[in-house]
Design a protein. Sequence first.
Length: 299
Amino acid sequence: MNRNLRSNVKRHIPKDWLCELRILYRLGQETLGDIIRTGWVNIVIITTMAAILTIFGACFRSAISISSFSKELGSALEISVYLKDSVEARNVKKEIQNFNHVEKITVIPKGESWAKLKTEMSLPNIDNPLPDTLHVKVDKPENLQVVFDNIRRIPAVEDMSYAKDLASKIELVNHVVKTITIVVIGIMALLTITIINNTIQLVIQSRKEEIEIMRLMGVSNWYIRFPFIMQGAFYGFTGSLLAMIPLNYVQNGLANVHKFFMIPSPSNAQNIVLIVMFSMSILFGAVGSFWCIKKHLQV
């Protein structure tokens, strides 16, 4: 009841923006004071955070490159479709184009295949035994089997083939990479929250009396919490800044690997890694601080 009354009163009080700015300035001073008060421990925390984030960033960036390699290799996989005699290849091509996940279809006439084979091998002068062939390119390796099953139902198709084992291995690699990335994110979150939690607990103990006085004076809970949350976010941000240095070397190394295999490097991969790393480190740092405050301050 009192809480509802208080919120209704606050809603009808006009806001003083100058006062709000003063409060923000004061909270910033409190955050800076807490960081200075922590002393040399800041260096240990930031370097530890940077090490954790470097491992995360390197794994995440490598995962993007591995996925790129798998996708490039998978895009080279094609389904070879061998047609029956007296079947018009163009009609079958139009029918297959209506299937989902089909990206490209190349028609190889049997005359062209036979001429090429005769130039490569010494063959007797016999009638062409080869069928007309369609090379069907699929958008993703995991969709090969679906397209394969759809094409197999066409009556004009005599036989079909594709590198099923290679497609399965590519799909397995993608699954493993995604799983490892999720595990690394979980470990990073756990370590970050634990480190921040322990650090903020030390700061709370050093300011215990001051916090108790503020509570007795009726200071808002968020006014007490905010500097600690910002301190946790600060550790995440500065740790990410420091982690950018080794991650640049990782980026250059992976770019050279892509050049060596003549596979284009994923566009904006490094920017994606940095955005995710900064966002998650700041978020986990703030969350670690919030949990610590909620547990130890009872505010």
